[in-house]
Design a protein around this ligand. Sequence first.
Ligand SMILES: [Zn+2]
Length: 52
Amino acid sequence: MVESPAKKKHCCSVCAKPSETIICQRCEEKIRGEVVDKKRNIEKAGKTDSSH
Ligand SMILES: [Zn+2]
């Protein structure tokens, strides 16, 4: 099965599955969840790690 080059189909850059967007909704939600989790960890620490 060869995909036609004229038919430009986007693929998720995370799971490489056909998606209309750069990142499919599922991966986007996953990434968003990770970001939220990261933010929560920073808030939990009380301050950002700026003096690394
Ligand atoms: Zn994906």
